[in-house]
Structures are given as structure tokens and as C-alpha cells.
Write a protein of this length. Structure first.
Length: 110
């Protein structure tokens, strides 16, 4: 398996968990400490730390140290493999939509 496929698999596995998606929403706009994130998503700090480590390993979150606190924020670059994978679906879907619209216009004009 290539590096890109491994990145995609790791990202999709991380995104499959609802708690991790909730955590990503919590850290989407600003860096937050584990305790803040835990409070916002309704998990223990231990569970939140576990999920944040998984998100960081998947490249979807980044952390930095601020004194004694670890702050986490979404790493938008980490979504590149997922974005690339999903983007591959659009050209064929858009072409099918275009054909359907054109066929509908032909029927209406006919």
C-alpha cells in the first residue's frame, strides 16, 4: 500500500468515530486545551486525550504546548488525502448531471 493510500485509510478510520468528529468540530476554529474539549463534547479528559492522539496520528489535528497545557487545533492539511479521494467522485457525477439536464432540456424543447 502506498503512502497516500495509508494516509487515506488512517484518516477515514479516525473520522469513522463520532466522538472524534465532535472533537474536530470543537477544535475547528481555535486551539483548545484537552479539558475544554472534553467539557464541550461531554467526554472524560482521558477519553478525549485518547481521541486527540488518534486524530493527531492521523494528521487531522495538531498540538502545541502552551506552558503546561497542550492545545489542539484542526490540521486542515491532514484532510488532503480524504479531499483528494472524494474529489475523484465529482467529475463523473457532474458529467452525469450535465447529461441529465441536457436530456431534460431536449425533452422540453421537443
Amino acid at each position: 500500500m502506498g503512502a497516500e493510500a495509508a494516509d487515506l485509510d488512517r484518516s477515514l478510520r479516525a473520522l469513522a468515530d463520532g466522538n472524534r468528529r465532535a472533537i474536530l468540530r470543537a477544535i475547528r476554529t481555535e486551539a483548545r486545551a484537552v479539558g475544554e474539549v472534553a467539557h464541550q463534547v461531554g467526554l472524560s479528559q482521558q477519553a478525549t486525550s485518547h481521541h486527540l492522539r488518534a486524530l493527531t496520528r492521523a494528521g487531522l489535528a495538531a498540538s502545541r504546548q502552551d506552558g503546561t497545557r497542550h492545545l489542539y487545533v484542526v490540521n486542515t492539511d491532514g484532510f488532503a488525502a480524504v479531499r483528494s479521494y472524494l474529489d475523484d467522485f465529482w467529475p463523473s457525477k457532474l458529467a452525469a448531471l450535465k447529461s441529465a439536464v441536457e436530456a431534460s432540456e431536449d425533452i422540453q424543447d421537443g
